[in-house]
Design a protein around this ligand. Sequence first.
Ligand code: FEO
Length: 183
Amino acid sequence: METNRLSSTLTAALNAQMTNEAHNSQIYLAYAAWASEKGYGGIANFLFRHANEERNHMMKFLEYILKRGAKVIITEIPGSGVDPTSVNDCFEKVFKYEVQNTTSIYNIVNMSMAEKDWATWNFLQWFVKEQTEEETMAMDLLDKIKVAGGPDAKDDALFALNNELAKTPDDAILAQDVTVEKP
Ligand code: FEO
């Protein structure tokens, strides 16, 4: 008896997204290692923690495909590309990858809607919210490096930013979670 509840199109798209999340994890790992080599232990720590978050995202896609009775296809993960040239470049690349990931999630949301696969649509809403958080996190990083001097940030400003990021929470606060008491 057929128990697969996912179309072949959505199965392919969800498997591809699972690999995207693994790829993002590799990118954060590579950037964390780069930051560590450059002596930015706080920035490295922040990026290492985020690499784990991306790995968790990968697992959520894997589990969802399995639970809907479809086939998980594990493929090779693309490499992380070239190292950043500076902290500013690193944070700009993080923002770019997060926006790309949002576009990719939105595409699967559109596909699930076209198929009226409301289970998949519902599953993806967690990622829609998560991507808003991730983009906010990336924009916060860009704000911080801008205040530190952007591409011309001096060593003392980078040192302060490094110490700050070591203590920065992993999750950004979303507009919908803000109140008058907690702006
Ligand atoms: Fe899983 Fe940062 O997107």
